[in-house]
Design a protein around this ligand. Sequence first.
Ligand code: LFR
Length: 476
Amino acid sequence: PSALYSAAVDLGATSGRVILGTWSRQRLTLAEVHRFPNTYRELGPHAYWELGALWHEVQTGLRQAVAALPRGAKLASVGVDTWGCDHVLLNDAGRLVFPPHAYRDARTQPGLQRLARTRAALERVYAATGIPNVFYNTSLQLAETVASCPAIEDLATRCLLLSDYFNFLLSGRMENELSNASTTQLLDVHGRDWSRAALNHFRVPAEWFKAPITSGTKLGRVRSLPELAGTQVIAVPGHDTASAYDAMPAAENGGDLFLSSGTWSLVGFENDAPLLGADALAARIANERTGRGGYRPLTNVVGLFLLEQTMKDFSRRPSHDREWAALIAAAEKLPAPAGLLDLADPAFAAPDSMKRAIDAQLKKRKLRAPKDLAGYTRLICDSIGRGHAHAAQAFEHMIGRRFQRILMVGGGSRNRLLCQATANAAGIPVASFSLEGSAVGNLASQLIALGAVKDLKTFRRLLAHHLEQKAYAPRG
Ligand code: LFR
């Protein structure tokens, strides 16, 4: 009777999962009940998500979560987090009125370059939203949608981020949640509402958005799945990165830098105020928000997408833990690469072949391409490690203090080579936790909303108690 059961739906751009969380004796245990690959599909020159397929997997996972409950137990709640920026346009009846594009669609390139060239506009948008000019921004996507399909202004009445949309499919309520709203480059960096200046700049109709809700808001009971009839839908930090940051077993002295390492490497920390101005803009700092409204300035470094994609060019890619360990061990034994990759290369955004994109950059810089997959693994991990270090140094420079530790969660936290490369390049010890960060943060918000845990500080303290950590001291 004392155990509480909640489900986390955590959707990433390359894979999704449904995790059943059990809260008992002040301790959270996780059971992954469903995991599935996710990918966008190309239709002509554009890239789209298959939301029907994703929704099917979400439903399958939630049924599995219910099936995994002990006899007589009930699923108290469910929460959804997804990758940021991508969204749907709906009418009042909840019908999709525009196909859901994937953020790697090249359609934002002209808008991206236009804004990059107009210094005054770039500074104005950054001062208003605290979000730098990046190809995946919702702002650029919506600007392109409105420009290429002007009739959309008559058809669409609402814009929901994908986490909001899955909340709607589950509960029937259309809300915009704060953390994911902050990824759009359309939210006011100083308040909790949408930025008129940014909406006007991108010509996005203000009516498409409602004042954002904060995490912990109860959206009502699940309406769409009879098996979950009594289950509450709770708004969690809808942005996967915000949920992952909530799961950081951070020290209360603020000395920890956070690194959520997956497809992207999100390097950042929590702060009372946003970091703005010329230095912040130059360092491409995104002042995204926590589900409660706080700031989590971060830099988005190209992450393990580089390695995931490069592996597609090799027919023999590791399929289980032992093969992974062998690949990492082989990569570790190699001499340090003569030069590292420039991660800002736009050719890495969505190449047909990542290996060819890497080789082309190396060739341009008169560097030799690695011989085999181990060589690429070494080059990529060392390069990402240096990217992490650069981000850390930019933050330290701006806030005028050193970080004591780098806390690392996500898929990359199990990659020894990447953890060590990060510690070495940053000169800061890394503490890695093999933790499904986003799912854990998602569950934390639900437990707090249900009254089982007092607040996030308490949750983090209880979590840190049971977590296994691996420490990497800087070397070399
Ligand atoms: C990570 C993430 C990043 C965001 C990128 C695109 O999954 O949410 O935070 O910048 O995906 O949305």
